[in-house]
Design a protein around this ligand. Sequence first.
Ligand code: NDP
Length: 461
Amino acid sequence: MSGTSFDFELFIIGGGSGGVRAARMAAARGARVALAGFARMGGTCVNVGCIPKKLYSYAAHFGEGFADARGYGWRLPAAPTLDWEALKAARAGEISRLNGVYEGLMAGVACFNGRALLLDAHTVEITAADGSITRTSAERILIATGGTPFVPDFEGRELAITSNEIFDLPTFPRRLLVAGGGYIGCEMASIFNGLGAQVTLAYRGEQILRGFDDEIRAHIAAQMQGHGVTIRLHSDITHITRTNGGLLVQLSDGESLEADAVLSATGRRPNIDGLGLEQLGVKLSKSGAIDVDEHFQSNIPSIYAIGDVVGRKALTPVALAEAMTLVDELFGAPEGKAPRVMDYDNIPSAVFTHPPIGTVGLTEAQARAGGRAIRVYVSEFRPLLHTLTGSGERSLMKLIVDDASDRVIGLHMAGADAAEITQGFAVAMQTGATKAQFDATIGIHPSSAEEFVTMREVTRR
Ligand code: NDP
């Protein structure tokens, strides 16, 4: 069959960051495109991820701000209190607005509301909430169904919540236990601590944020503790029971503690259930992600996948870039732009802990691997803001430089505005900037960012 014998040239399953971007871009190139989804438009990022998380992080920063303001002469009438219902309602209003924006982006795309099942390599069956079934065919099918929280097996696991529920808890958790020391665990621990909860973070390993630069990990753990988060290392949930006052959590380190809510932030798994991939023989990786090549094509040539369901880097901007790379390849790149292969090097990311982390390039351990000669520049300091606040918060900024080429191969920061600062430096890293070029750049004074262009003394080699 040729492209015109199918109902659609591209059928996308999943209305999250990757799916929506692919649908929109393919439709803009004149392709006949359809998208099926059953949840609210925008997927994890918009509904229960990046956006509500960042809004709650802003909310939590006000708490620190009220305390910091006293050092600057502000006299606040009483201890400010958080109206949890008002925060939830404001968040829900903004998320609904964004759902509408995403729906608006689908002009030119045939949208199906329901669960999609692949019947064969070109046929999709969509079951709507009312049970009605639609069958349709497509030359190519793109799976962009994202991921779903994973909760390990332990007694009482049904009493734990995940990041899907945390934003809308009926009552504010005065005592919160967070299990997991990754992105979500650390962000939620910081945010709920900032909102006024008593937070304990239990992590099974040596130090939180495995995979990040070790110096940054130690620094952020100390900063989070300084802000009031209790971190228990080598500790994991063994069971949870309900008590009169809340939940009793038994930890593997022998401690037990009471909490109003237990957040399991122990990773996410690709969302592939009910798609019919097994019957079709779509190859999966060990972790259950759809195995695709550098063109996002699975072992079934008409079936493609992008985003968290592929499990390369579970980040919204990566899903967006994958979507655009694929659409350029399938339907032609815009004029003047050559089709490309997705580049996974130098992907910047931030962890919105308090203070936040920004990172791009290699960690010191990665840079040293294979015996490469490097120079490491580290600056640890009290930010100017806190000279008057009395806060003990400190910033850490770090550059890793390849000796042979002088290129900056790792840039890490824990401190206010880390995400904003790192984004700019990521451009320099992407263009292969050298330490000499960093040094030749004039700083902006007074700022924290200027540290990155004024580091002259090698801390270690
Ligand atoms: P992560 O993989 O980042 O962290 C999972 C954490 O849970 C790790 O500390 C891990 O420990 C621990 N863990 C895993 N399995 C178990 C288990 N069986 N028992 C106990 N602990 C366990 O996953 P998240 O859920 O935090 O986030 C998922 C992904 O979403 C991230 O990797 C990131 O890509 C993305 N994300 C990005 C954000 C951002 O850009 N700011 C924000 C939030 C999410 P160990 O290290 O020992 O394996």
